[in-house]
Design a protein around this ligand. Sequence first.
Ligand code: ASP
Length: 583
Amino acid sequence: MYRSHNCGELNASNINMEVTLAGWVQKSRDKGFMNWVDLRDRYGITQLIFDESRTDKTVFELAKTLGREFVIQVKGTVIEREAKNKNIPTGEIEILVTELTILNAALTPPFTIEDETDGGEDIRMKYRYLDIRRNPVKNSLLFRHKVAMEVRKYLSDLDFCEVETPYLIKSTPEGARDFVVPSRMNEGQFYALPQSPQTFKQLLMVGGMDKYFQIVKCFRDEDLRADRQPEFTQIDCEMAFVEQEDILNVFEGLTRHLLKEIKGIEVEKFPRITYDYAMKTYGNDKPDIRFGMEFGELNEFAQHKDFPVFNAAELVVGIAVPGAGNYTRKEIDGLIDWVKRPQVGASGMVYAKCNDDGTYKSSVDKFYDQEDLGQWAKITGAKPGDMIFVLSGPANKTRTQLSALRMELATRLGLRNPEVFAPLWVVDFPLLELDEESGRYHAMHHPFTSPKPEDMALLETEPGKVRANAYDMVLNGNEIGGGSIRIHDKATQQLMFKYLGFTEEEAKAQFGFLMDAFQFGAPPHGGLAFGLDRLVAILGGQETIRDFIAFPKNNSGRDVMIDAPAKIDDAQLKELHIKIDAI
Ligand code: ASP
């Protein structure tokens, strides 16, 4: 038996007990005649004491050779500590060691295994297994496990069945590039790793598994943006014989359950807003509604004077920033520079201070009088002491820019409190999205999404206006889940592929299996998928998902610990029928 107890459980009630512990040496304090060692495992830290007058000489001497992170086993007696540490559960006791075994010596770790480590990101990634010994990472993994368990519990109780779907599949176009795997047995042919189990979960519905879920890895070979992982985990779900309302209710229930069990927070019914409303009000389809600063459209009260910039704009839109009326000229200039950075791309910004006495002072006083500015305040909801910032230009672009400013200011003003949770649904997404470069329409969600029946007629005439039965769950400014009601008949699916620019042959070659299945009694169905990594990070109050993934990739998609991706040798290439031209 390696251990009778773990390093986090002994306390005053165990005094005089003979115990065996095993773990890692966190640190030792050698006072010559007395040597204290902190022994650590996943559960905590227990202090060991080696005392020249009470400990066997060989054990005492051996203890002096222990280095940080040595793996040891000790036997000893639980005794009361003289200097108690109230901060840890084991702080009242220590172990007077009688036997010591070094199970494995260790090199000095390249960074300290402490909550606040001296190791930078890169070195911690390279030695991730050491990083996992640190509380912040370890606790994040335990937290993730807890969330996953609650998901499984909640869904299983509702009769959802977790079904595994294959990882070696055929390409499904969901907007990203596939990772592909060459087939040794089928020369010149490739599997693709799933971007999501979308088609399989739909086939499970045809198979009669009317409530499916899976906590599943998905793979997308996208250009990496900050905090994106090429492989990530979804809570993937699908239900048959449901309408949008059913799906929203079930998964709102799941999220409410998680907030309650994990955070102890009860939330009311989630607000629902349409995509159009979200874009108009927040400039964003995943609005953070923990704070206001809703957009006020000012065209009517900004284009009746001779200010050419506003008069030329498609949209003039502003936000009221609470308590920002006292910003200095320097701070305002700083913000103007901020919105002019290429990442945001505004060409300038107008501001109007709302003075405490109810008057206004703006950067465009030459053009607008107090009455005009009073209208701006009314429309943006500005109060005395606030500042109104106004952007103008093409509608969509300007909304995106103002959204960026809104989020930035909220962050600066401390309005994005990670312990406040404000979930909502965004519904009625457009079915199609125009790709500016190719001039072609793409499915905004994916090609299996059902158009709203009442908008079907618009498909021929104004495809951009067709709304889908598609929805996103948004939490604190992040899309944490998204899905749709699916097309479940062959004719509509065929039509959809046609609108998306597939020839009949292409559609058949890629999705013939799905359309065939639709002919054998496909029930109406729909579902959604949550991004587990992001969900866990938000629930854990963190910005980055990396700490919640045991072995994440870095920003270039590399695993720097195992050094992947890597070359493979010629023999392997040959077997896979792959020729790489010499460079
Ligand atoms: N497969 C979709 C996705 O990965 C989710 C869904 O429609 O259920 O975004």
